[in-house]
Design a protein around this ligand. Structure first.
Ligand code: NAP
Length: 243
C-alpha cells in the first residue's frame, strides 16, 4: 500500500486530500500543529471509509520536527510515496501597512516549510527511485490581487520551487507538481468580509467558490499513475477566475 503525508490536514483542503487519498488506497499521515481533536476526526472518517493511517503533530516550520516526522513515517510504513505540501496561511495587508512579523510567518510556513518537507521526503523517495510531491499553491501565485503582496509572493515562490524541483528530481523518478486553487470554502476564506465575497463571486465565471473536495480530486488525479508523465506543472482550478 502507498503512503501519503499531507501537511495541515486537520481541516480544509488538507482534510479533503487526506480523505480523498485514503479512498484512493493510500495510507495517510494526517499532519497538524495544534488541532489534535480535528485531526483525530479526520482519521476517524478515513477509517469509517475503510482506509488507514495516523495523525502526526509537527510544526512544519521547524526543520527538526519535519525530519523526525519523515523518519517516523518512513520507519512505520517502509517508505513515503506522496508528499502533499499543503499547510499554509494568508495574512492580507497592503504594503504600506505591512507588519513584518506576518511577512516572516507567511514565508516560514508557505515557503520554507515546503522546502523542509520536500527535502526530507525526497531523500526517502530517492531510495525507491519513485515518488510524487504536490505543492499547494494558489491563483495568487500568478494573479495580482491588491492586499496580497506577501501571500502572492509566497505562492509565486511555490510555483518556482515546483518547476526547479521537477527538473532536479525527474531523473530520480520523482514527479513534482503544484495545484493552484482559486477561492475555496475553508476557514481561510470564512474570514473574508461579506462585501468582498460578493465581489469575488461576481468576478468568478462560475459564480461560486470551490469546495475542498474539488481540490482534493485534482490532487488525487495528479498523484496517480494517470499523470505519470506530468511534472513541473501548476494546475489551476478556480472556476475561471484567472482567465
Ligand atoms: P485552513 O483551513 O486554514 O487549514 C490550514 C491547515 O494548516 C490546518 O490543518 C492547520 O492545522 C495547518 N497548519 C497551520 N500551521 C501549521 C504548521 N505550522 N504546521 C503544520 N500544520 C499547520 O487552510 P486551507 O484553506 O485548507 O488552505 C490549505 C492550503 O491551500 C494553503 O496552502 C493555502 O494557501 C492554499 N489555498 C487555499 C485557498 C482557499 O481559498 N482556502 C485558495 C488557494 C490556496 P493546525 O490548526 O493544527 O495548525
Amino acid at each position: 500500500m502507498k503512503t501519503a503525508i499531507i501537511t495541515g490536514a486537520s481541516r480544509g483542503i488538507g482534510k479533503a486530500c487526506a480523505i480523498g487519498l485514503a479512498k484512493a488506497g493510500y495510507t495517510v499521515v494526517i499532519n497538524y500543529s495544534r488541532s489534535k481533536e480535528e485531526a483525530e476526526k479526520v482519521l476517524a472518517t478515513v477509517k469509517e471509509n475503510g482506509g488507514d493511517g495516523m495523525i502526526y503533530c509537527a510544526d512544519v516550520t521547524d526543520k527538526k520536527q519535519v525530519n523526525e516526522m519523515i523518519r517516523t513515517v518512513d520507519k512505520t510504513y517502509g517508505g513515503i510515496d506522496l508528499l502533499v505540501n499543503n499547510a499554509g496561511i494568508v495574512k492580507d495587508e497592503f504594503l504600506l501597512m505591512l507588519n513584518t512579523d506576518n511577512l516572516d510567518k507567511c514565508f516560514d510556513l508557505n515557503v520554507k516549510a515546503y522546502f523542509y518537507c520536500a527535502q526530507a521526503a525526497a531523500l526517502k523517495m530517492f531510495r525507491k527511485k519513485s515518488g510524487v510531491i504536490i505543492n499547494m499553491s494558489s491563483v495568487s501565485g500568478e494573479m495580482a490581487l491588491a492586499g496580497q503582496s506577501v501571500y502572492s509572493a509566497t505562492k509565486g515562490a511555490v510555483n518556482s520551487l515546483t518547476r526547479v524541483l521537477a527538473r532536479e528530481l525527474g531523473e530520480k523518478g520523482i514527479r513534482v507538481n503544484a495545484v493552484a486553487p482559486g477561492f475555496i470554502q475553508t476557514e481561510m476564506t470564512h474570514e473574508l468580509p461579506a462585501d468582498k465575497v460578493e465581489e469575488y463571486i461576481k468576478a468568478i465565471p462560475m459564480h461560486r467558490f470551490g469546495t475542498p473536495e474539488e481540490v482534493a480530486n485534482v490532487v488525487v488525479t495528479l498523484a496517480s499513475d494517470a499523470c505519470s508523465y506530468v511534472t513541473g506543472q501548476v494546475i489551476t482550478l478556480d472556476g475561471g477566475l484567472s482567465l
